[in-house]
Write a protein that binds this ligand. Structure first.
Ligand code: TYD
Ligand code: MG
Length: 438
């Protein structure tokens, strides 16, 4: 907030994003002199029954899991994603699934005409589902539409950036409009017990256009992501008051809409070349679910004065750290070499547990020796060159065994053993280096 004219937002640095809001003058005298005394809020016990616990399961398992086990009535959910990634497609499928369960679902579009939405519905084979469609951008009209008796179980607003409320002068899509519209829609969700899903476009910088505060206002924030060239899409919970954040759901975009991918590991490993150097399979955890992924590295002599370090799908700071530990603690010479790292399949890994798999891919590329066949790798690397145990090791190994892997390189100190796997414990990173040099 700023009280004088400014062309640039001081908190995010963006130009021409500020909009004027006229503050209502405070009641004369402020709180101190106010005549009216506040009424005390009713205090209740921690234990007790509340109706709001009921979950609305859509039957689209990947979607339900990311929501924490279905939609919560009276909650507000924000789905963000790049234009064209498939948000409208996914949410029309969600609306249709709810409608087919005999619950009332309303889909309100401010972006497309009825004919367009119907055409999409036909393509997705959803025409028989009793979804209620409307096209409007007027929040007052939407509030009236949602105030039926009984109120709808689900309302989808596509998108929040197109909505406007007439109490504000500014244009749709501005910070003030997005916030005021969302506030009103969230209020009606809470009042009526309707689960409201707001669609939000993402800017080039990867944030939901409009104020950051939108993410604070809603109960759940999901991002729908994917590489344009790849057919699969990932729905990721980044905030969830009713479930685990970091949970992912995996979908495949087909010519008949989004289909669920119940076993993502098989998909991510599908195009894996057998026995090439520079590739290691990482046994990761995404949310509550184990996911196996291939990490690829390429090390080549550099032709630049400063060697290149390029990373896709992982943290570049974390790569720099693994490279530094390899140099300083294990004597692996990497200066004068370009390093490229890629997580195959377009997924982004945030876990430090991938350190050891990254190191394995790097060492394998450097030695031009493949990681032994059917091996999974995980473990966190410390600055002293030690390999640390990570959470949920059992779950990672179980998933690996299920997918036919027979070996694992893991940190030392595992208590339970997965019977079917040949486990090799690494106490220090130098143990892994030795593996590739003898
Ligand atoms: P859309 O849901 O309109 O994206 P968003 O709402 O996030 O902007 O999806 C747009 C893309 O999805 C479009 O490029 C076409 C593609 N698509 C399919 O591949 N298959 C389908 O069945 C549908 C409906 C869309
Ligand atoms: Mg859309």
């Amino acid at each position: 907030m700023t009280s004088k004219w400014a062309g640039r937002c001081e908190s995010c640095g963006a130009w021409n994003t500020l909009s004027e809001e006229v503050a209502r003058p405070a009641a004369a005298g402020g709180l101190g002199k106010a005549k009216r005394k506040g009424k005390g809020a009713e205090l209740v016990g921690l234990a007790g029954e509340s109706e709001r616990d009921a979950r609305l399961e859509t039957g689209i398992t990947e979607f339900d899991r990311v929501c924490g086990g279905g939609l919560v009535s009276g909650s507000a959910l924000l789905v963000g994603g790049d234009p064209g990634i498939g948000k409208s497609t996914l949410l029309l499928q969600v609306a249709a699934a709810v409608a087919r369960l005999g619950r009332s679902a309303v889909y309100i579009s401010g972006e497309e005409a009825i004919a367009q939405i119907r055409m999409r519905g036909r393509r997705l084979n959803l025409s028989d589902a009793p979804v209620n469609l409307a096209t409007t951008t007027d929040v007052r009209e939407i509030v009236a539409t949602l105030s039926t008796d009984p109120p709808p179980a689900l309302a989808i607003i596509d998108s929040i950036q197109t909505m406007y409320i007439d109490t504000l002068e500014s244009a749709p899509g501005t910070v003030g409009q997005v916030r005021a519209s969302a506030q009103e829609l969230i209020r009606i969700a809470k009042a009526n017990g309707t689960a409201v899903i707001l669609v939000g476009h993402v800017t080039k910088e990867g944030q939901i256009a409009g104020p950051r505060v939108l993410e604070h206002m809603v109960d759940t924030v999901l991002y729908f992501e994917g590489e344009r060239g790849h057919q699969f899409r990932i729905l990721r919970a980044v905030k969830n008051r009713f479930g685990a954040s970091d949970e992912i759901g995996v979908f495949e975009m087909t010519d008949r809409g989004l289909s669920e991918v119940p076993n993502p590991s098989a998909l991510f490993l599908a195009n894996r070349a057998e026995q090439v150097s520079g590739a290691a399979v990482f046994a990761g955890i995404e949310g509550t679910r184990p996911v196996l992924l291939e990490i690829q590295a390429l090390i080549s002599p550099t032709s630049f004065s400063t060697p290149r370090r390029a990373v896709v799908g992982w943290d570049s700071g974390r790569l720099a750290m693994v490279l530094a530990v390899l140099e300083a603690r294990c004597g692996v010479a990497l200066a004068g070499k370009d390093v490229y790292l890629n997580v195959a399949g377009g997924l982004r890994i945030a876990e430090p547990a991938a350190d050891l798999a990254v190191a394995a891919a790097l060492l394998s590329s450097l030695a031009d020796r493949p990681v032994p066949a059917d091996t999974v790798v995980f473990g966190e690397i410390g600055l002293a060159g030690e390999v640390r145990m990570v959470s949920q090791a059992d779950l990672r190994l179980k998933e690996a065994a299920k997918l036919g892997f027979t070996r694992a390189f893991i940190p030392g100190g595992l208590k339970q053993r997965q019977q079917s796997l040949d486990v090799r414990e690494m106490q220090r990173l130098s143990d892994l280096v030795d593996h590739f040099s003898d």
